[in-house]
Design a protein around this ligand. Sequence first.
Ligand code: PMP
Length: 357
Amino acid sequence: MVQVHNFSAGPCVLPQDVFKEASEALLNFDDLGLSIVEISHRSSNFIAVMEEARSLVKELLEVPSGYNVLFLQGGASLGFLTVAYNMIGAKKKAAYINTGSWAEKASKEFGHLGEADIIASSADKNFSYIPKGIKIGDDYDYLHLTSNNTISGTQFKHFPSSATPMVCDMSSDIFSRKINVADFDIIYAGAQKNMGPAGTAVYIFKEEILGKSSVKIPTMLDLNTHAKKDSMFNTPPVFAIYVSMLNLRWLKRNGGIEWIEKVNQQKADLLYNEIDSNPLFRGSTEVEDRSNMNATFLLTEETLTDTFNDMWAAANISGIKGHRSVGGYRASMYNALPIESVQTLVEVMQELAKKHG
Ligand code: PMP
């Protein structure tokens, strides 16, 4: 099999070891003679998977006591509504920072229940920066942030400090860097970037928020429903959770968040240095807000588009076409992407400059 350098924005690269173990478990899980996808989710073997996955999240992110961790269905998009239902209080108003289309979609979901105020936005420059100096009034039930903007390629390097409870969609950078969980009332993330395959989302939340909503929450959207049943209220997406657990084991085995944060920084430095030093390329975002997960960049000579596209495709690079709203290129460098893949992309960029620069 040729090695493909997978820069896809998500679903995305996961470690080969994880795929191997997961494929074995599809045929024979825990030596039961049964597949992971054909055993009962109530079996002790699967309950052990769920519990290990939840405890790995707690361990890797140093989740403080008083917080719970759940693996739910519906992806981060359902999370937009789930957090709204669980966090809406007496004020019936929430503050959103609009740093891109996912942030905007999140704010729209709050609109089903109350008033979503966009208190800061980078829409004026096509989301190419993170708004700074954000002032949050005290008339909001919570403040919502999107830590990493997968499409435009920006990332909060520092989170605002706020007396208002904070909720964060960390779909595209969870487990990539150290965070202080205690700063947030809810962190949620779809699995399909740094955690596992699509099909589940992780929720990390302060237990004291439960039961405080000012509206009646539909059963499946109520975090309390799932908390009371240890994430087993209904049939969980067993395979997605199993592979996530294997992937979190991989992260722990290799040195955890401290290790991956360094590796991710090395990969980002390698690519951004090339973008900045190669005359044929320029970054799409403000330098200080550049995402370490999704690097967005443009060719300075558009006439070289076909040539560059042929060159990276020939080098077995996949998934670097930019999102249609930004154009150009987006190289997603999630946890499992080897630094060699970034090196390969950098060499192709250098080759282009040598021939056409
Ligand atoms: N938030 C962010 C930051 C995302 O990148 C995505 C998906 N790429 C979503 C939310 C939506 O996630 P899902 O597809 O799991 O609903």
